[in-house]
Design a protein around this ligand. Structure first.
Ligand SMILES: [Zn+2]
Ligand SMILES: [Zn+2]
Length: 248
């Protein structure tokens, strides 16, 4: 299994960074996880849009789903798929898509939306995907993806919660949000993690490699890695757009 970062910015784009998106590939199967603003351009540098087998969107915030609109238009007018593209997401994602595309009935001819929630398990090609409840103001699912002994976890957006440690338990690679590279006073609860908290979760979960992502500008990857190393003594790297990581 391999994961390629298509968008590593936190909440809004940053220099050289699109918003959240990740391409998970295993045995020729391609799962797109989140589709934040700007990330589709990064995807296009790697692969043809028809090669996506399924999409999982973690929540309805635009930095995780805005480019679903562009993906739909690309598939509709320039795609060669014979079957609809499955899109697994909390129900609010479809509501937002329909609001962004008023009167556009072709959406459901191109995409097949499936509502998912925490606790669900999906069998997607060779991938066994389990969904966990993130701690975020809107319904949000974190993902655990397993295939032939390889284990990948993705926090989505979340404040600190034991659910994330369960999601990431013994993962080979934990893609964890660290919106706040450096902690600050007065940060809202139940929203995001600091890099230090990402490190704590990685230590609790016993993960192999921690990849810090969703870093909010002007915070930097260097700051985030330094902070996370204070709480986690495994391998820590920053996510960068178009960089890929082997899993397992
Ligand atoms: Zn976000
Ligand atoms: Zn969010």
């Amino acid at each position: 299994m391999r994961v390629t970062v298509l968008g590593s910015a936190g909440s809004y784009p940053a220099p050289g960074r699109a918003c959240s998106s990740y391409l998970v590939e295993d045995q020729g199967y391609r799962l797109l996880v989140d589709c934040g603003n700007g990330s589709l351009a990064n995807f296009m540098q790697l692969a043809q849009v028809d090669s996506i087998d399924a999409v999982v969107v973690t929540h309805r915030h635009v930095d995780h789903m805005a480019d679903l609109v562009g993906l739909y238009h690309l598939l509709r007018f320039h795609g060669g798929r014979t079957e609809r593209l499955p899109v697994y997401a909390p129900s609010a994602v479809l509501e937002i898509m329909e609001a962004l595309l008023p009167g556009d009935d072709a959406l459901h001819d191109v995409c097949r939306f499936e509502t998912v929630r925490a606790g669900d398990r999906l069998s997607l090609g060779p991938l066994d995907v389990s969904l966990f409840a993130a701690d975020h103001p809107v319904e949000t699912v974190a993902l655990r993806v397993e295939s032939e002994g390889a284990r990948l976890a993705y926090s989505a957006d979340s404040g600190p919660t034991p659910e994330l440690a369960r999601c990431a338990a013994q993962a080979d690679l934990f893609l964890c949000e660290s919106t706040w590279a450096v902690p600050f006073d007065g940060r809202p609860a139940h929203l995001h993690l600091s890099a230090r908290e990402a490190g704590e979760l990685a230590a609790q979960a016993g993960v192999g490699t921690l990849v810090l992502t969703h870093i909010a500008y002007p915070g930097t990857g260097e700051q985030a890695v330094r902070e996370a190393r204070a709480t986690f003594d495994g391998t820590v790297v920053e996510a960068c757009d178009l960089r890929d990581h082997p899993v397992g």
